[in-house]
Ligand binder design. Structure first.
Ligand code: FAD
Ligand code: DLZ
Ligand code: SF4
Length: 523
């Protein structure tokens, strides 16, 4: 008879699973469990992440390991510089199995398809029982989303969101939405008024652990994009809670109305800046939504702000995750508009006279963050209308933002911004001319280009690119009822005007220098 393995349970915890009641930890006894956390070269370099993103993840992992140890758990933490580090999750779990001879390995499924593929090989690879547990830190499970999506002709966030409202009971008045409407987006598009300023969000000075990570990244990842000087992210649950407290007390009230506004040099405005903590697992999405609802009930924030915030989390965040797992792996290769142009060099250097893009890229470089409308309507819109290749745009977004994990980045980039999925997620491409940016920001006033000039020397490039985009995709877009009428405007222009637009766009596109690809991927 085979001897029963009485070894401990081995629980690998990944860098974005920093949650105290993670499914694999729940109900375990501390004295026969070894938690394994691994800093591995493969994860740190599969794209050349922004320096702040690596510091954030390593520092949050090290703090989390220290908290677990303080709470009495045994944590085996493998640092990147460990000379025996195998460089990959699979290699490190294999080494840990040799060290501990565990009776089983229990792991929560990975957030990203790439990593999940590796984990699914473990039962065959390792001579040890492996159990993969569902990640229940979301309101909707992947299976629930699949069921919702099945047999639907179109997948729209709005309808999924209503289901999530009913499921959570958030902002519900019986079976009706609070205030009579499901969605108050129409009240959330206020342009920034002169002198609009938001209170400063809490900034967390690097402690000793974070400083060690900063030094490590400065030395080992010197050729990665981004500045380390301004690293002020929350790296523990306590700090993330403080960041959330400040948001609810000081910025939620104006979050709704100014959600789409952009102000030069005011990088965060009234946004929560909580995505990094949410995605690491330091904050619970449902708890945040309940706090927002409480603020509404106590009369501290208006319904449009609270509904807007809740929609971003139980609507968009949940929806893109379900969409990702439904569409992988082909979403990575989707290119419905056959966009082939290389990403311009200035996305890495910020060296462009287009003030809107330069400011968003500066914020991205300095803070590893840009807010939603900057990502969607400035950076994303440019990539869409200039016809930049989805793979190159995906790599850029995955590299540059501290909150970027493929499950949330890819649907936003490929489907929401680039329409590369042919309209599965978005009902139309979010293409816009300079007019939109001018209305929603103060960028244009001091730009080298003139937003009111449509074509020729000194004209805002977004204007001609917009029509160039519409013209070159007419066959695909004209039948879309949300876009079709735009072609009547185009057709009403006289021929010379149309030629002017197309020539201006072509001349501009010729000036773009494609980026060196080594910025995004390991050579
Ligand atoms: P807030 O404006 O305060 O919103 C509150 C929360 O809602 C966010 O923290 C986030 O968790 C959630 N949320 C809002 N919009 C979205 C959305 N479209 N999809 C998913 N969650 C959303 N978000 C990421 O977390 N990681 C990414 O890699 C990422 N890539 C993006 C790429 C593009 C092209 C676009 C258009 C959006 C992307 N987003 C991404 C969504 C959004 O821009 C960020 O979540 C947001 O800017 C984070 O800042 P915040 O916490 O201040 O957000
Ligand atoms: C993004 C990232 C980086 C840079 N490094 C690590 C790491 O060294 N160890 C780790 O556990 N996780 C890291 N991560 C986050 C992982 O890529 C993340 O856990 C997976 O994307 C989940 O699918
Ligand atoms: Fe951007 Fe055009 Fe405005 Fe300049 S004029 S800031 S390029 S939208």
């Amino acid at each position: 008879m085979a001897e029963q393995n009485t070894g401990p349970l081995l629980l690998p915890i990944l860098g974005d699973q920093l949650t105290r009641d993670l499914a694999s930890l729940r109900g375990r006894t501390k004295d026969d469990t070894v938690i394994l956390m691994m800093e591995v070269w493969d994860e740190a370099t599969y794209v050349k992440h922004h320096k702040q993103k690596i510091v954030l993840i390593f520092s949050a992992m090290r703090h989390f390991a220290a908290e677990l140890r303080d709470a009495g758990w045994t944590v085996d933490y493998v640092e990147l510089t460990d000379p025996d580090n195998a460089g990959s999750f699979t290699g490190e779990v294999a080494r840990a199995i040799e060290r501990y001879d565990p009776r089983a390995v229990h792991i929560v499924e990975a957030g990203e398809w790439r990593v999940q593929q590796q984990i699914e090989e473990w039962p065959d690879k390792f001579d040890c029982e492996v159990e993969i547990l569902p990640d229940d830190r979301f309101v909707s499970s992947i299976a629930e989303f699949r069921e919702w999506a099945e047999d639907r002709e179109t997948l729209r966030m709005e309808f999924f969101y209503r289901e999530m409202r009913r499921k959570t009971g958030l902002l519900m008045d019986g079976d009706k939405p609070e205030g009579g409407e499901w969605n108050y987006d129409a009240e959330n598009r206020k342009p920034p008024k002169e002198g609009l300023e938001a209170p400063q969000r809490p900034l967390f000075e690097p402690d000793e652990i974070t400083q060690e990570c900063i030094d490590l990244v400065a030395e080992r990842f010197a050729d990665h994009f981004g500045s380390l000087d301004s690293f002020r992210w929350p790296v523990t649950r306590d700090q993330a809670e403080k960041a959330a407290d400040a948001f609810f007390a000081e910025r939620l009230e104006c979050f709704g109305p100014y959600q789409d506004a952009m102000v030069h040099g005011q990088d965060d405005l009234f946004h929560s800046m909580l995505s990094t903590s949410l995605n690491l697992g330091l904050l619970d999405p449902l708890e945040l939504c309940q706090r927002a609802e409480q603020a509404y009930k106590e009369g501290k924030a208006p319904l449009n702000s609270v509904e807007g915030f809740i929609r971003q989390i139980i609507g968009w965040r949940e929806y893109v995750r379900g969409f990702y797992w439904l569409q992988m792996p082909h979403l990575q290769r989707a290119n419905a508009l056959n966009a082939q142009r290389g990403l311009p060099e200035f996305f890495w250097t910020g060296d462009t006279d287009m003030r809107c893009l330069a400011d968003c890229i500066r914020s991205t470089r300095d803070n590893a963050h840009a807010h939603h409308i900057q990502r969607l309507m400035v950076l994303g819109n440019f990539c869409l209308i200039a016809g930049i290749s989805p793979r190159e745009v995906q790599d850029w977004y995955l590299v540059v933002y501290a909150d970027a994990y493929e499950w949330v980045e890819l649907p936003n980039v490929a489907a929401m911004v680039l329409y590369a999925d042919g309209g599965e997620l978005a009902s139309k491409p979010y293409a816009a001319s300079g007019n939109y940016i001018n209305k929603m920001s103060n960028y244009c006033a001091d730009c080298a280009y003139s937003v009111s000039k449509k074509t020729g020397e000194g004209a805002c490039p977004f204007n001609a690119l917009y029509w160039h985009f519409m013209h070159r995709h007419r066959d695909t877009l004209e039948s879309n009822h949300r876009i079709g009428r735009i072609y009547s405007n185009w057709d009403r222009m006289d021929e010379d005007r149309r030629e002017d637009y197309l020539n201006s766009a072509e001349s501009f596109l010729e000036t773009l220098t494609p980026a060196d690809k080594s910025w995004a991927r390991q050579a």
